[in-house]
Design a protein around this ligand. Structure first.
Ligand code: GTP
Ligand code: MG
Length: 200
């Protein structure tokens, strides 16, 4: 898999502007503040490719980044408290549009390793089953736990999500833990997606 220097491509706020691309799409989803933009920066090996923030809900748009072999997409976070109903509906419409119309090779579904997944996280995963989108589960911010706590905690979160601990990748944008595993998952998904396209 050939990765070129990642570049920001575009931000879009509505379905009519979704990017048309021949590259496989790798999307990143999760609760607001879970570390989506930070994970993208870690994968890019760049500090400020995707904007990160302490204020949840910073990324309200769909941002596309070109990694050469694939297009990485930063999706707006869900589950932040200070949002009105109208804003929530807008989010839902944009996400459903994206999940149903873009051909996604892999969606990285992020949860914070320190917290039990929320009802919103479970809803997100149900969306993925519904639209038959291949996904990988990523537990972020592993550096916030003592090293000896990472494995046992991974097991707990995995149980919560009804997967085995091998299906959950522990990551840290600080220590770059899990970078290789995430790239491996992306590479596998791209291969499968290319094979499936050949069959169509
Ligand atoms: N210690 C630590 N902090 C992290 C890590 N990942 C993200 N953070 C911090 O968590 C906060 C939120 O990170 P973002 O990457 O902006 O989160 P996001 O999911 O993109 O948030 P929204 O765009 O609001 O949905 C920032 O203060 C980051 O520095 C990590 O692996 N370790
Ligand atoms: Mg963000």
């Amino acid at each position: 898999m050939k990765i070129t220097t990642p570049k920001f491509v575009t931000s879009v706020a509505s379905e009519k502007n979704f990017l048309k691309t021949d590259k496989p799409i790798i999307a990143v989803a999760g609760k607001s503040n879970v570390g989506k933009s930070s994970l993208i920066n870690m994968l890019a090996g760049m500090k400020k490719l995707a904007k990160t923030s302490n204020t949840p809900g910073r990324t309200r748009l769909i941002n596309y980044f070109d990694f050469g072999a694939f297009m990485l997409v930063d999706l707006p976070g869900y589950g932040f408290a200070r949002v009105n109903k109208e804003e929530k509906q807008k989010w839902g419409k944009l996400m459903e549009g994206f999940l149903s119309s873009q051909k996604i090779a892999l969606l990285l579904s992020l949860v914070d390793i320190r917290h039990d997944p929320t009802a919103d996280d479970v809803m997100m995963i149900n969306y993925l089953y519904h639209y038959a989108i291949p996904f990988a589960l990523v537990a972020t911010k592993a550096d916030k736990l003592a090293k000896t706590k990472v494995k046992p905690r991974l097991k707990e979160v995995a149980t919560f999500l009804r997967v085995t601990e091998n299906e959950l990748i522990a990551t840290s944008a600080e220590s770059r833990l899990g970078k290789e595993s995430v790239f491996d998952a992306i590479e596998r998904a791209i291969t499968v997606s290319a094979e499936n396209q050949g069959e169509e």
